[in-house]
Design a protein. Structure first.
Ligand SMILES: *Cc1c(COP(=O)(O)O)cnc(C)c1O
Length: 438
């Protein structure tokens, strides 16, 4: 399969090049030249498949020509060695829990697949890929544990000292020998500036093959379509002819874009609710047809605080830059912090279920969508993007209860922290990177 850039001036590339490059040289995002379609027969065969079966069937269509199928199959099994449960809160209302991976957030799906694809392609060329990321928390931990122990790869991640939670810091600083955490004496903007500078440093370019692993990589997008496919096939057996609505808590809109991809492939999905917080540039675009990104606003749902979403370019591409076409498939609903907190409380009261604030934004948006489209009787699925323990302060404030720490996390909490303290001057970072191979 061939991938081209949404900006259209770079040459089309293979999935290998798209994965190793991340962003296209013209600044655009890679999209498949043609979205593969599953026939009715293929879908029927997959209906009783496992998560891995479905993931493999999709991955094969995108990467089957370039990754030997036995390797691809093993790679998938290794990625998704945890469950993706569909919890039923009430008849027809489901929460798809995407937080059972090693760092308790849905970013594990993308990061684990990307890591293994990168490792495979790097080994083919007998090279060592150095992934460089600046993180304020969640992306970095998924990348750290995603690349943990993957041959031909190593990760250098920069995080601002004293500005991440203890749980996040443990996740950032306890992965394997190929993951290097740099604790920067500065803020997140310093971390980002240092990383940007490293990417344009000609001395480093000669010494290392640097890549970025951020959420625009096509190999992070593809695996996020797997859980839409998985849930939609389970629901189509139970609700024949009634296509489910997926509500997606959105920040950079990578998750939602992956859902669009799953629907375009033919999986039985009805509609999408793009749930946002006060950062509502896409919501307003869907209403008015004008995209006017604004500076980021700080909210309770920090992982969705994005003023100018990076995957919007892909959404525009898939809908021919036509907001009316986009509106046929996606309804944008923005949720306030007060509504988010009230939702955590009311869901807990009604169902005894504790959801994280991001998931609560999705739940609330689905409720609103249903109120406006009463009597349709479609099943609804809220994507739960994080385990509530990751946002325990918000949970405590909403319901006055502590969230028990899962066993896997207790292990990580007990591991010794391994980090190198650096200043916010570029020489510190460049010296560290230059010395990686010494
Ligand atoms: C990253 C993240 C989101 C937003 O996902 P996008 O793909 O950027 O839209 C939502 N919730 C949580 C918990 C996240 O970590």
């Amino acid at each position: 399969m061939i991938f081209f850039s949404t900006s259209k001036s770079s040459a089309p590339v293979s999935i290998k090049k798209a994965t190793l490059e991340g962003l296209a040289p013209d600044g655009g995002l890679y999209v498949p030249s043609e979205v593969p379609r599953f026939s009715a027969e293929e879908l029927e065969l997959l209906e009783n498949g496992t998560f891995s079966n479905i993931a493999f069937a999709i991955a094969k269509k995108f990467a089957g020509a370039e990754v030997p199928l036995d390797i691809l199959s093993k790679l998938i099994d290794d990625c998704f060695n945890f469950d993706t449960p569909l919890q039923e809160l009430a008849e027809g209302t489901f929460v798809e829990e995407l937080f059972h991976g090693p760092t308790l957030a849905f970013k594990d799906y993308g990061a684990r697949f990307l890591a293994r694809m990168t490792g495979f392609f790097a080994a083919e060329d007998q090279q060592m890929i150095t992934v460089l990321v600046a993180t304020s928390g969640d992306t970095g931990s998924a990348v750290a544990y995603g690349f943990n122990g993957i041959p031909n790869t190593r990760v250098v991640l920069l995080y601002p000292s004293g500005k991440v939670s203890r749980l996040q810091e443990q996740q950032l600083t306890t992965a394997g020998d190929n993951v290097f955490a740099l604790e920067v004496q500065g803020d997140f903007d310093d971390c980002q500036r240092l990383v940007k500078q490293a990417f344009v440093d000609p001395d480093l370019k000669r010494a290392l093959t640097l890549t970025s692993a951020n959420s625009i990589n096509i190999s992070r997008l593809i695996p996020q379509s797997f859980y839409y496919a998985w849930a939609s096939l389970q629901l189509s057996k139970r609700y024949p002819g009634k296509l489910p609505v997926f509500s997606v808590p959105s920040g950079n809109y990578g998750n939602l874009t992956a859902g669009i991809l799953a629907k375009m492939m033919g999986f039985p999905i009805g509609h999408f609710v793009a749930a946002s917080n006060a950062n509502d540039s896409v919501t307003r675009y869907l209403e008015e047809g004008r995209f006017e990104p604004k500076p980021t606003v700080r909210t309770l749902t920090t992982a969705m605080d994005v003023g100018n979403p990076s995957n919007f370019a892909r959404l525009l591409h898939f809908f021919d830059h036509d907001y009316r076409k986009m509106g046929v498939e996606i309804t944008g609903i923005s949720v306030t912090d007060e509504e988010t907190e009230a939702t955590i409380r009311s869901v807990h009261e009604r169902y005894g279920y504790v959801m994280d604030p991001h998931t609560a934004v999705g739940y609330r948006a689905l409720e609103e969508f249903r109120n406006e489209h009463a009597g349709t009787g479609y099943p609804g699925v809220v994507l739960s993007t994080a385990h509530p323990v990751k946002f325990d302060e918000a949970i405590m404030s909403a319901i006055g209860k502590e969230v028990p720490i899962p066993e896997s996390m207790k292990e990580i909490m007990e591991k010794p922290k391994r980090a190198t303290l650096i200043s916010n001057a570029y020489q510190d970072l460049s010296r560290f990177l230059q010395n990686l191979d010494r």
